[in-house]
Design a protein around this ligand. Structure first.
Ligand code: PTJ
Length: 256
């Protein structure tokens, strides 16, 4: 970590890489997770490495949904655990959600490592070691879910997903909130609420919003959700990207 000088213009992004690399060395992140991080970085670069107002609005919708939920669950994989462990624990306490480790490249050893890692950092309970093959139609290891967690949930928050699980969760009646920098991904397309943002910014912002929104009447939270349309939001994200690229190109071309 000492290789990254604090005044480096891309310090934040480089430190995120370090967290993923350290997670890999500790057996929390799988090697494929390094590639996922790279893809995320590319999208983050394109949106300007900041939370755009459209994503902030989706975050508010997501928080309203979580606060109205009867049984919310935060699904954690290797990358998420490496990037935002404390923030996930914090959010789960504020919204009273369960945390469950659910892995695409599942090994019992890695599930246990992530469970222990989160517990060492203060999580009271982390599910995922006990499982049933609970998601029909899903052949990946992600079908293995805890009966006290994702299987029982009405709302599931997922991040850095691989695609088909969100569709499968929807088929069994779950509402899904996805944090994914890629608005073209199948996860983003299938989710009820897609947050096109980096988890390292989105989760802290969800914590701030949840603290404030917890005090709002339920009717106001319901109104926030009822006005929301995820397909429209994805379209808006893509137009945002197009306009940002166009403006950048024009700016460059305006100089001889
Ligand atoms: O820990 P496991 O075994 O469950 O495996 C986790 C990975 C991440 C390896 C697995 O889920 C995977 O292969 O994911 P994908 O298909 O690479 O998809 C990851 C998605 O997350 C991509 O659409 C990326 O753009 C996006 N992404 C990457 N980094 C971030 C991100 N989204 C938000 N914040 C990030 N930091």
């Amino acid at each position: 970590m000492e290789y990254v000088p604090r005044d480096h213009p891309r310090y934040r992004s480089l430190m995120e890489r370090e967290k993923i690399i350290e997670g890999f060395k500790n057996g929390i992140v799988v090697i494929n997770g390094l590639i996922s991080q790279g893809r995320g970085e590319a999208f983050d670069y394109i949106i300007g490495e900041k939370t755009i107002p459209l994503a902030e609005d989706s975050i508010e919708v997501a928080v309203a949904m979580l606060l109205l939920s009867n049984y919310p669950v935060i699904s954690v994989n290797g990358n998420a655990a490496a990037l935002v462990p404390d923030e996930i624990i914090n959010l789960s306490n504020i919204i009273d959600a369960k945390i469950e480790v659910n892995l695409f490249y599942r090994t019992e050893e890695r599930v246990k490592k992530i469970v222990d890692f989160l517990k060492e950092r203060g999580a009271k309970e982390v599910l995922g070691l006990e499982y049933v093959e609970g998601i029909p139609g899903l052949s990946s290891e992600r079908r293995k879910v805890d009966p006290r967690g994702i299987l029982k949930a009405d709302v599931v928050l997922v991040m850095l997903e691989d695609g088909d699980r969100t569709e499968a969760l929807k088929k069994i009646g779950k509402r899904v909130i996805a944090i994914d920098l890629n608005p073209f991904s199948r996860t983003s397309m299938a989710a009820d609420v897609s947050i096109m943002d980096n988890v390292t910014r989105a989760i802290p912002l969800m914590i701030d919003k949840a603290r404030i929104m917890k005090k709002l009447p339920k009717e106001e939270l319901k109104k926030k959700i009822s006005n929301y349309n995820n397909r429209r939001r994805l379209g808006e994200y893509i137009i945002y990207i197009k306009e940002r690229l166009e403006n950048e190109a024009k700016r460059l071309m305006s100089f001889p």
